[in-house]
Design a protein around this ligand. Sequence first.
Ligand SMILES: [Fe+2]
Length: 560
Amino acid sequence: MIQLGISAFYHDSAACIVLDGKVIAAAEEERFTEKKHDHSFPVNAIAYVLSEAGIQDINEVNEVCWYEDPKVKKNRVLKTFNKRFFKTFRNRCRYLYSYYFNSPKTLLRKHFKYTGKVTHTGHHLSHAAFSYLTSPYKNAAILTVDGVGEWETITISKGSNDKIEKLLSIDFPNSLGMLYSTVTAYLGFKPNEGEYKVMGLAPFGDPKIYYDKLNSIFSHTSKKFTIDQKYFTWEYSDKVMYKYLFAELLQLLPRLPEEPIKQEHKDLAAALQRIYEDKFERLLKTAKNLVKSPNIVLGGGCAYNGVANVLGYKYFKSVYIPYAPSDAGSAIGACLYNYKGERKDNSNPYLGPEYSNDEVSFLLSQFSDKINVKKLPEEQLFIQTAKLLNEQNIIAWFQGRMEFGARALGNRSILASPRDASMRDKLNMVIKKREGFRPFAPSVTAETASKWFNINQSVPYMNIVVKAFDEDGFARFTKFPAATHVDGTCRVQTVNKHQNIKYYLLLKEIGKLSGAEVVLNTSFNLKDQTITRTPNQALKRFLESDIDFLVINNMLISKK
Ligand SMILES: [Fe+2]
């Protein structure tokens, strides 16, 4: 059974191939087009996953699984537009044109000459399926939160013996995801992209200043909420998301992107994050009441909010968040939902392209005037890299298959020592050229994680934020200051040898030299770039930045 999964047209387009229930390959379109969060039809990603799976003729695919239901979505879009017929006339024409002329079936025929079966799985059902069916649980509560799917913005379901039963949903326009994106835009960041920045800014502010004002837009029933739409344009505009009334409510003007970030902006970020956490906690309580399970899985783009995710442990013994909880992962979710055979282990996030030593050597030989290359036996590679990191060098680490999902998990990463606070500033200002308040994250061997961090479960995909602790239970701000946020928290990645043997062995060597099997890990990209896919990109980015060393496979590369 060959399935081709696709998600597109909203956020993070992606494609995957699933063979008899096992994901063989998956990639986001942005990695090929170098357009961040590219939401166009993923022609490049589809071509890649087909070739990776050795499928020469796309019509060998048994079914294409599309991650949402276009007909139900059309129903929502038109019903919403009908509320303001004239105001939405242009958007309606544009939408209907693309509905009829750029449907999944039409595009598959146009780009790939595919004429076979296409299935549609609900947007939140695809999120839920990806989270639950890649989790280690047979039984779990499933909570999905995002901007909007067809109608749904939040769902709670029960996962039991590989079946998913929806128990509750909250519909558009009542959307926590859209509120987060709206305030992100209000604070002068790009919505659907700058949410991380707002989350990073929140600990610098006082949530009390704007909390009541923001909370006043909510009305609650026992399990659900509504959001007063008089402040927002979500139902008729896809550009500005708020009205002037919102500024009046907050008694604060929107920040322009080039304006300095002031204390009131930090306070608004703090209030938004606190509101999100409070509403999220209500949903967790509801999920706990509706599904009697010790486990919960989280899905939807909002499951990248690692600060809120950790609240899951207040109500559940075990929490799982997959490697690509936003729409990219739904390409896989739609396939796994439609696959009727036995569930396979799909916990591996390394699903993208890899490059052989021969390919890399050939590329490097063309740059011999600019670089020195040392080929090292594997053991020496880890020893040498650990030594260079210990000497405060910044190293770009390129190994094996590219990660699927927003995080670099040790195959396309920039690594540095977390022990010196100035390293954070150097990385932010010189390499990544981004806002100085944004934190970096640590990777740690799974078996030593609880020694340094308040953590009792493995978090292989870096999507839970926890406190850094020492053995006596005090926050250890000084041990890893470059990878600890201002409030003493870290977005930790635990690594074990089954998940990523090379990265694990490197951490072991780092531990021998520094006393802690911990390294700072940030994605291998420079300002506004997508994560590195190819050795060619890796070399170019290395040469145009202040990264000290580049490691590709077993080759240690320095500048001449
Ligand atoms: Fe979504």
